[in-house]
Design a protein around this ligand. Structure first.
Ligand code: G4P
Ligand code: NA
Ligand code: NA
Length: 194
């Protein structure tokens, strides 16, 4: 997605060979116009999938997921990372290990908001090692719902998540795939400029 790639090049900050900072439009401040375009792109790609819900994870997945849900006219559910007292009991949960942060979080979704007849698009901001997506797929599976695919804003193609998930036959739609952050520069995977 050209507008996203342009934004990454203009406003992204390469912090190291593995970390891209995009606080100015995705992870802290949000660019609503760009989020709308991202939501539209996910909606276009999944318009015939019969989706009934979008599932994401707090916090940075919520903005792009909400835009897609608005355009598709379906609800957006975000997995919570902290146990909420009012949620206790009636939950699907999964453990998500972050290699980046070296911590394990339990994520959860209320059984009220995910049903066995749901057809789900999972959305997240980054795909690195794929742990968050695996946890969300686990939760969708626990509900007996169907995961139609996974929409990612920025995939770090030099980490393993995308490869592992695609090898399992899971449909992954990444709107920007970064092949390298070497030399302080963002390089996109070939064929992803459209
Ligand atoms: P994984 O789910 O693919 O295995 O990813 P990982 O554990 O590495 O990611 C942990 C957190 O760091 C996630 O955010 C993820 O979105 C974010 N992240 C991973 N790589 C990058 C990167 O290069 N740049 C930025 N900006 N973020 C990255 P989170 O902790 O869930 O936070 P948030 O959703 O509240 O923002
Ligand atoms: Na994030
Ligand atoms: Na995220």
């Amino acid at each position: 997605m050209k507008a996203l790639q342009d934004k990454i090049v203009q406003d992204g900050k390469v912090l190291s060979e593995t970390v891209l900072k995009v606080d100015s439009f995705l992870n802290h401040q949000i660019d609503p116009k760009l989020m709308q375009e991202i939501g539209q792109e996910f909606a276009n790609r999944y318009k015939d999938a019969g989706l009934t819900r979008i599932v994401t994870i707090e916090s940075s997945g919520i903005a792009p997921a909400t835009m897609a849900g608005l355009i598709l006219g379906i609800p957006v559910v975000f997995a919570r990372k902290r146990k909420s007292l009012t949620l206790a009991g009636n939950l699907y949960s999964s453990k998500v290990h972050s290699f980046t942060k070296n911590e394990t979080n339990e994520i959860s979704v209320s059984k009220d908001f995910l049903k066995s007849d749901d057809v789900v698009l999972i959305i997240d901001d980054f795909l690195a090692n794929g742990e968050a997506v695996k946890g969300l797929l686990d939760i969708v599976g626990q509900a007996g719902a169907t995961a139609s695919g996974v929409g990612i804003v920025i995939e770090k193609g030099f980490q393993d998540g995308g490869k592992l998930l695609r090898e399992k036959g899971i449909r992954i739609d990444s709107l920007a795939i970064i092949s390298s952050l070497e030399d302080g520069k963002v390089t996109f995977a070939e064929g992803e400029l459209a």
